[in-house]
Design a protein around this ligand. Structure first.
Ligand SMILES: [Zn+2]
Length: 457
């Protein structure tokens, strides 16, 4: 490393030391922020040390989980890696992860063959691709995020095309074949592509929820579907120009989902079991499996890694509270929330559901996106419900409108909510908790303070 990069490493590490003294949480992006101020090209200096290559993972939903699944596979394969597991998916967060693994002289302690595994914000991808020269770039899906960021689908697609311009020509694009918006990235790419998708037709349905209308970029015709899994995800083709879903290189067949796990078959890898459920996590596992294959990792490590992976923050954690079971689901946007509701619809018995809605910056400040969520799907299935969060009244109104029973409590704070739930749920019973990002954060902190879960940080 040159003098400027070394100065950046020193400054970043000093900032990290101070931050750890001052702050309760460790997952801060401050060291990377400071270091990038000193040396804006710091990531490029580190890229040379990542001899195993960099994998950048992006997409509206699933990037955190896909990255964690790939990390578990790398563990199983005993491959050294650096992962921005704890926080920011901007370049400062990636820089922080690298700083934490490096000596004061800027040498990675993980060794010269390390792999860089970086969850990357959609808008950050062009810069990350140009600095890190990735070996693979994984695109999970492209949904519109929330109402207050409407128009985002087009601007994200533009960021991604910019990232393709910046990426090395021999980088492998790992693309979801089932998402036409992701698939069309291949038409602007001369380099290698690895496709993944779900082949199991039994999981597709005619009633797949509200689709964001999607049009073919080549000819402007709306896509048609032989099978649709949900929203715009499925086996699509364009009636105008004849483009169609590519045949996946890594495909899931024989998918079976329970509340606790997902099982499926991938040809060349064998039967896989995941301690996460929901069809969306099958795509996340396919994304991780595809990236692992691009990195040359064998089937055994892929099977073992996926089987060992634990849920990420607030994503299908199971927490016992005085004999009651809370199942936590992060719901950040309509597409993600609809998938969780789809999963809950599998449960045979009457459901108990607590829905928490905050409207702070990290949640998206316009809570009206809940009107795009298909809560109606569970009408008649929910026996009891609770509404919580800063916008608990809006949440309650939405649930009642969807045909759910009157919420047993409509309260702001997580402790009021937990109290209300514990008061009416008996030991042995199960409650599904759906929460936006900051609401989940607060609830989880409360559960950690009371000793029901380990603190995340
Ligand atoms: Zn077309």
């Amino acid at each position: 490393m040159d003098a400027r990069a070394r100065a950046a490493v020193a400054a970043g590490k000093a900032a990290g030391f101070v931050a750890r003294r001052l702050a309760r949480r460790g997952g801060t992006a401050l060291p990377g922020l400071v270091a990038e101020r000193v040396c804006p090209a710091l990531l490029a200096r580190y890229a040379g040390q990542l001899g195993g290559g960099c994998v950048l993972i992006t997409g509206t939903n699933g990037k955190t989980t896909a990255a964690r699944l790939l990390a578990a596979v790398l563990e199983a394969a005993r491959r050294p890696y650096v992962h921005n597991r704890e926080g920011s998916n901007l370049t400062r967060g990636i820089a922080s992860a690298l700083l934490a693994e490096s000596t004061l002289a800027g040498q990675l302690r993980t060794g010269p063959g390390s792999i860089g595994l970086f969850e990357t914000d959609e808008a950050t991808l062009p810069r990350a691709a140009s600095l890190l020269r990735p070996r693979a770039m994984v695109f999970t899906n492209l949904f519109r995020d929330q109402l207050d960021r409407y128009g985002e689908v087009e601007s994200v697609a533009a960021f991604w095309r910019e990232a393709l311009e910046a990426a090395p020509r021999d980088a492998v694009l790992v693309l979801c074949a089932d998402d036409p918006s992701v698939a069309e990235l291949a038409s602007g790419w001369d380099g290698p592509v690895h496709w993944f998708g779900i082949e199991d037709a039994r999981l597709a349905s005619a009633d797949a929820g509200a689709a964001d209308a999607r049009w073919c970029r080549a000819c402007g015709t709306s896509f048609a579907y032989e099978r649709r899994f949900f929203a715009h995800i499925g086996h699509w083709h364009c009636p105008g120009c004849g483009r169609r879903r590519p045949r996946p290189d890594t495909a899931a067949t024989d998918v079976s989902l329970s509340l606790d796990d997902a099982r499926f078959e991938v040809s060349g890898i064998g039967p896989l079991r995941l301690r996460l459920t929901g069809l969306y996590n099958v795509w996340n596992a396919l994304a991780a499996t595809s990236a692992a294959r691009v990195l040359g990792i064998g089937p055994e490590a892929i099977r073992n890694g996926l089987a060992a992976a634990a849920p990420a923050f607030g994503r299908q954690e199971r927490v016992e509270v005085e004999g009651r079971v809370l199942r936590l689901f992060l719901t950040k946007n309509p597409a993600g929330a609809n998938q969780v509701l789809h999963l809950l619809a599998m449960v045979e018995r009457p459901l108990a559901v607590a829905a928490l809605l905050n409207d702070r910056f990290a949640d998206g400040q316009d809570p009206s996106w809940v009107w795009d969520v298909d809560y109606e799907r569970l009408a008649g299935r929910v026996g009891r419900c609770w509404a919580g969060g800063d916008r608990s009244e809006d949440m309650a109104l939405r649930l009642v409108y969807a045909g759910w029973p009157e919420p047993e409590a409509v309260v702001r704070t997580p402790s009021q909510l937990l109290e209300a739930v514990l008061a009416s749920v008996r030991p042995g019973e199960e409650v599904f908790v759906l929460a936006t990002y900051t609401a989940m954060l607060e609830l989880r902190e409360l559960l950690a303070r009371r000793g029901y879960v380990r603190p995340w940080w």
